[in-house]
Ligand binder design. Sequence first.
Ligand SMILES: *[C@@H]1O[C@H](CO)[C@@H](O)[C@H](O)[C@H]1NC(C)=O
Ligand SMILES: *[C@@H]1O[C@H](CO)[C@@H](O)[C@H](O)[C@H]1NC(C)=O
Ligand SMILES: *[C@@H]1O[C@H](CO)[C@@H](O)[C@H](O)[C@H]1NC(C)=O
Ligand SMILES: *[C@@H]1O[C@H](CO)[C@@H](O)[C@H](O)[C@H]1NC(C)=O
Length: 818
Amino acid sequence: MRVTRLCRRVVSASMVMLLMVWLIKSIDPNSNVEKQLKLLKSQGNPNSSRLMWILSKPELAALFQALFLPETAGLNSEFWNDDYTLKDLTESTRVASGNKLWGLRFPYYTFDARLTAAVYYKHVQNSQHRGEIMFSWYDWKNLGSVLNPLITSKPQENPQCQDIFEAPEESQRIVSSSNKWGSFPKASLENSLLSSYCTNSQKSPIGFEVHRIQPHSDAESLVLQSSSFLFSGGLVPKNLVFLSKDGPAVHTSVKNSAAYLSLASSDLLEEFLSSHDELESTLVFDPLKEIKNIHSKPPFPTPKPGRGFLFELSPEAFEFDLISQKELLSQSEFPFEREFSYLSSLRFAQSYDSSGDNKFKYFYESSSIQNHPDNFQNHMDIRFFSGWVPKWKRLRTLNSLMRTWLDFTKSENLTSWLAHSSLHAYLYSGSQFPWAASQNVQMPIQDLHKLAMFYNQTLVIESPSEGYGRFFIDVQPFIFSRDHDESLDKVDARFIDIDTGLFIDILGVGFSSNALTNTRIMSQLRNERNRNPDVLTPSDDESGSKPLEDQASYKNSRFNRANEIVSEKSGKSYLLSDISPLRISKYHGKQVNIPHRALTIAKDEFHIVPWLFGPKQRQEKHRFVPALGSWLDLPTLKALLGPRRVQEAHTITASQLEQALESLLEKSASHCEEMLSWFNSQDQFKFRLEELAIESSNLDLNSKYELLQALQTNYRDLPSSYKDPFLHEKKERKWEECTKQANTAVGSQEYSNIIIKEVMKSLVKAFVANHGLKLKHEEISAHDNISQLAPTSLYNLRENSMEPLLEAPQALKADFTL
Ligand SMILES: *[C@@H]1O[C@H](CO)[C@@H](O)[C@H](O)[C@H]1NC(C)=O
Ligand SMILES: *[C@@H]1O[C@H](CO)[C@@H](O)[C@H](O)[C@H]1NC(C)=O
Ligand SMILES: *[C@@H]1O[C@H](CO)[C@@H](O)[C@H](O)[C@H]1NC(C)=O
Ligand SMILES: *[C@@H]1O[C@H](CO)[C@@H](O)[C@H](O)[C@H]1NC(C)=O
């Protein structure tokens, strides 16, 4: 990749490695330099600091590249050392001491996902039997940023329950603290008792325990509520699943403990330390190294046979009969305990349901928070809500959610496929829309039950070769039926990012007694019936003397099974033949299942114009710009091309593109992150273009499948277009620190921006020069007509305006499988 080579060149040309390491150390916030700088600042003379080391331009440029450009082994290990060492841990660890009464003093520290993962991997590697393992949310999510101040402060300075919640019966009697919490936004409890939400407790290092969250509150209040809720053990995962690139995932179950624990004083840490004998400053918590050790010892994992390119789903996968399942288990000589208790809990939910009680809502989203800053903030699980999420962090998180979900389902042999807006987004670029606030997948009801039985309340840990994501699987209780009803949760399960609360919606699909409302399916069935009069019609009935309502639902149920109509809980229906056979494609660069008639399904729900791009291709105030393989919002497009050329964004030539990108940079460095996302998503878009070229060609279906499969075999996983959210945030903070100092020293806030612009300009050059297709072609040329199938037949970035312009291709006219 040209971009990479470019980085290396700049780095090695400009780099004096040792100097750099020294420089970076010198800007450690605790160093003397920083202290002196602060001193000078406090004397009101910030610019006269002669004592400060300033990163030179090439050094800052190299730092920027190391932090934000695609990773290369050379860059990360030699030049930019950002390892998390034992020294980092010991420096941030303190035991909260003093006047509180809890028995065990709570050792607090600054959260780092790498520390936790490395220590747990080490333990898993050591323990052959893989017994139960300790767990505290404090070690898995950055609760410390909210709670450490409470843990360390004097009890009288901490909030109490009545500072966080406002219960009507108590508002008269109890006066809020007179400290700063007196004016903290309170969550109103309406008619509930305060004690069912919160109790003051000397046992807790923060002085109170939250048992329940009131979602109708201010964001600030919700962050404190949810952090305390998790810290108080309001939700504990049952299992941990550690994904790994090199072998099967490792499963462990969690030990339930009422005590307040943290890794900093645990046996797990002890165990880790005793098996490493490096010095404090060189002992690195490196999850990647630890997980490699797990799979380097016998028994060596045998790779599981992958599924074929096409995967047929049987109608049985869409059936789930609770009663017969339970009977089957109770008759078996050795009933599986887990299965049995799971079925009992389903049975309970069912009886609860039929008793006529109102069902309760299971999932609560951030949509109930007051004062949203924008419309993208409604899709976070309140239990993990940690504040508003800005655009790029949202996109990074959704990317890592999806890539990990795809790895997880593949590893555990669960079937799922893209649905709704995720399927829609896939069709264009093979990646999410930039306006996505969540992702959507569907599963056959049988797989949903497998997910519930084996993985409900499981924390899934991303493979460290991918990133440091941690995701919680939660399945709501009312999943036994697909019948459309008034239930308050339309989704069956969620895969939730525990750092932000963002999630993937998981929807089970199965047979139901829902009446068919999809007009496309109705007319399709009508046509088939005209051709083949034997097909069952809804008027066939044997329902006898049942009440009218039951008769209707009985008829519908028979009709749906006879015609293989399956549906979601929401009532949305599909023909089994719309979905099956699933075929393999890529989404966010990872192997994914796509339903058989993806475009038809998406068209049931969205207005889709046939053109892949062009003036008519507008959605959510964005346009699809094929030269960038991305959707651009109108303000950005205007800034890039000028207001008059927005309509012709797809006709841009290579030299115009280079100019436009450079002048966009000239205007402001603030587009840098967006620009990097365009550059980084090229491989994924080009892969999708290759597919589209095959799909929209006039080959027969089998030849298309053959070529699509060859494409899959040639390109395994594609690199992620987004950085790992956890590491990225650390790097951003580092960059801010360094540039703030440099800017201050130079006396110009623009200093670092100028450097960003320079680095980005050389990237723009490389990007435009390299715009030809990076994907190799030779191996899929088994077919004679392959030259006609080059993606350039769908989109070609012209060198100049003399080259003829391709018409916008009608790649999304009709499903190629029809
Ligand atoms: C994976 O699941 C499918 C059914 O969904 C089953 O046919 C297949 O045997 C399973 N494969 C493995 C390796 O367990
Ligand atoms: C998943 O676990 C939660 C918490 O234990 C429980 O309330 C819920 O009913 C479970 N879901 C299913 C389908 O069993
Ligand atoms: C000091 O630097 C700041 C920017 O960092 C600038 O705004 C200010 O004018 C400078 N002061 C002097 C006295 O040069
Ligand atoms: C290849 O293209 C030619 C003309 O475009 C056509 O006649 C021929 O049938 C095609 N071959 C295959 C295998 O599709």
